[in-house]
Write a new protein. Sequence first.
Length: 483
Amino acid sequence: MSETGDLIIVGAGPAGMAAAATALASGLRVVLVDSGTAVGGQFWRHPPQDARPAIPTEDLHHGLREYRALERELSAARAAGRLDLRLAHHVWSAVREDAGFAVHAVDRREAPQETAVTLRAPRLLVATGAYDRQLPFPGWDLPGVLTVGGLQALLKGGGVAAGSRVVLGGTGPFLLPVAAGLAARGVEVVAVCEAAGPLAWLRYPGALLRNPGKWVEGAGYAVTLARHRVRVRPRTAIIAADGGDRVSSVRIASLGPDGSPRPGTERRIEADAVGVGWGFTPQLDLLIPLGCELADQEDGNTAVAVDDGQRTTVAGLYVAGEACGVGGAPLAVAEGRLAAGSVLVDSAAGAVPDGRTLAALRAKVAGQRAFARALALAHPLPPKWSSWLTDETVVCRCEEVTAGAVRAACADGGARDHRQVKQLTRAGMGWCQGRMCGPAVHCLASPDQRAYTPAERLVATPVTLGALADLDEHQQETDKEYR
């Protein structure tokens, strides 16, 4: 099946929704594709429509007014036949063609049945977001140890708490809303272990002063945590988890300036669930094969380089949201609108936004990006986090590759990055294709702490041979039509 439009947008989170609404309002025919069953992405994740009245989750969301306004705009455009919304469509490849781009996806609305779909348009906007970055520690593979994002997804998507006694750890303000959401639902949040120190933000006063909304948001979390007597432990990390069939306790320790545990500070805390998060990693699977130029970020990742209109170095390709640098939903929305504005300017199709509107969007994006840079610098990865690992600690859970095997690949095999470690140990060759272990393996193998760039994957998501054969049959039919 092959469909066309003026613009294809991959990703229906905050950036993709905002971009689609802006492009549609100016008259473009938009195809919006997402692997989820509803728009909103991870940030605006909701329970299934029929379950929403019974599962209150509004307190877990920010920007709901904007979400609802965008959802209404998209629904109206879809009803009018101007928006082709493709939910439960998993995009596995995007390639250049003479007339623009071809996006290959599998339609999984009738799972386990899969149908191959090819979408074509002269311009492509990618807003695929990011996923939780993890650092391994002894016991992180026990049942009951989740990412912080996983804990929040359970709350937002089903009102489910992963445990009754929870410890959170990692770095960054994302720990706070998750702790507040759990506490508000009766979960005993025993501790929030923040690896960074609170005084780090004093080095970036400008970013805070220019974003007073962040103060208000943080104050709200602080009030909730104080009311539920949740203790936030600065310069502290979860360095191990213990248990049998599932996690039963964690070991925490105070961190020195280099991120190594301070001797004599280790203590054990009982818990039946653990959430850990060390920021996010941009989802670049579709973008790297297209040849986009990348740029190092302050948070230790690489992201797609864009100009002041969200254009990449590939003509006709635009990026908005976390794929061009992790910065949160308000930034993603502004980037989505700005990217759609650039599409309208470049294509001279539809009503082109006036210069004042585009300038205001660029200013908003610049201000939010400045805050994101300050956030990354104030909440870095602890340089010596690898000192928490024993040689027996599993780093790649899919292939059961240990820290000792990774260290041996570096010391004896000469590996200097995660790609070379993969060749020597199979780390990153499992089901997740290195999405979970890639950043950690890279940090272990790269002593100079170079930014992490995911390996190029020509197939971005698992796809069946049957769907590929289906795609080949459709291509043969298309070729016959043009002979």
